[in-house]
Design a protein around this ligand. Structure first.
Ligand code: XLS
Ligand code: MG
Length: 346
């Protein structure tokens, strides 16, 4: 496949997963971080995305000085491999202090922990040379709405955003919306919610979003529309392309695996809106199937990228003139078939 100079590609250490699911243990041996970094380079990816505790394991057990020391060591390794750190995301869904949410916990001490950990995440990002912090608000939600007050939760989220924006005047915050899981209902479930709450922050221009295909689908929305909407505001700073087969647990399927046309439309919009021209990465937040053998455990990454690049070619060779003629004639039946025929290769 011709390398597309327009796009830089990225995955996270968690995308080299071992197959554990809520109903069964790992099916593949765990690999070291160095193995994953080598595999990512081998696959021709340009960047790696990190949770804070991917960058500095056991982060809560370490002093701030030790955390920065290990972040510096990681930066040296990344530089040695020519791999860019795309973003750092605080993992605010494991620690007992995030049991009832992080920024929106009903416990002030837990909210304090979440904000302090987020500030440390910004310090790690600075060391790794990225100005992008991704906030997937995993536990900012409820199992029952009566346990929290939506208005107060919104205020608490703005307070957390402002604390991070004040901590570092350059950092950008990309909210990664998701409507549920692990929560019954999450706050900030869609791109619209993310861009709306950005306007309440002290520096709205530094609060944008990251769109994940599966998360938009779980909200019953079309990922391509979400991308178009965010690009209208100039606030789409990363994408997690993957796929999702209906409303169930977050599947993180390989890109295009469930719905090729939905994948095609995402690529067509990324192309049309110029995503990537300012260095934004295309990340594949995908996992191998639990049945995948160790010797095939990188295929979901190379397959997702192959699908992406083939869909870029399909977007660029799309018969636009013929399509516009059918649109002008409001002949959407034939437009539908024209798209399908194009994707099927006739
Ligand atoms: C989980 C999210 C997660 C974020 C990074 O559903 O997609 O992978 O992207 O914390
Ligand atoms: Mg994601």
């Amino acid at each position: 496949m011709a390398k597309n100079p327009r796009y830089r590609f990225c995955v996270g250490p968690w995308n080299f997963s071992e197959g554990r699911d809520p109903y069964g243990p790992e099916t593949r041996p765990a690999q070291s971080f160095d193995w994953k970094l080598g595999a990512l380079k081998e696959l021709g990816f340009d960047g790696m995305m990190f949770h804070d505790d991917d960058a500095v394991p056991d982060i809560d057990s370490k002093s701030p000085a030790q955390v920065l020391k290990e972040a510096k060591e990681l930066k040296k390794r990344l530089d040695g491999e020519g791999i860019v750190a795309e973003m750092v995301a605080p993992r605010l869904w494991f620690h007992p202090n995030t049991i009832d949410g992080a920024y929106t916990s009903n416990d002030a001490k837990q909210r304090r922990y979440a904000i302090d950990r987020s500030k440390q995440c910004i310090d790690i990002a600075n060391v790794l040379g990225t100005d992008l912090i991704v906030l997937w608000l995993a536990r900012e939600g409820t199992y029952l709405r009566e346990s929290k007050n939506g208005r107060r939760s919104t205020d608490l989220l703005v307070e957390a955003l402002d604390a991070m924006l004040a901590h570092d005047k350059r950092i950008r915050l990309a909210i990664e919306p998701k409507p549920n899981e692990p929560m019954d209902h999450a706050y900030i479930p869609t791109t619209g919610h993310a861009l709306a709450i950005a306007q309440l922050a002290m520096a709205p221009a530094r609060v944008g979003c990251l769109i994940e295909s599966a998360h938009a689908i779980l909200a019953g929305l079309d990922p391509a529309d979400e991308i178009d909407f965010a690009m209208t505001f100039g606030k789409l700073w990363s994408v997690h392309l993957n796929d999702q087969n209906g409303l169930k647990f977050d599947q993180d399927k390989p890109f295009g695996s469930a719905n090729l046309r939905v994948a095609f439309n995402q690529v067509r919009v990324l192309e049309r809106t110029g995503y990537g021209k300012n260095g934004e990465f295309v990340c594949f937040d995908v996992h191998p199937f639990r049945t995948t053998k160790p010797e095939h455990s990188l295929k979901h990454l190379s397959n997702s990228r192959e699908t992406f690049e083939r869909l870029v070619a399909k977007a660029r060779s799309f018969p636009e003139k013929a399509a516009q003629k059918l649109v002008a004639d409001r002949n959407y039946q034939d437009l539908d078939q024209l798209v399908l025929n194009h994707l099927m290769g006739s």
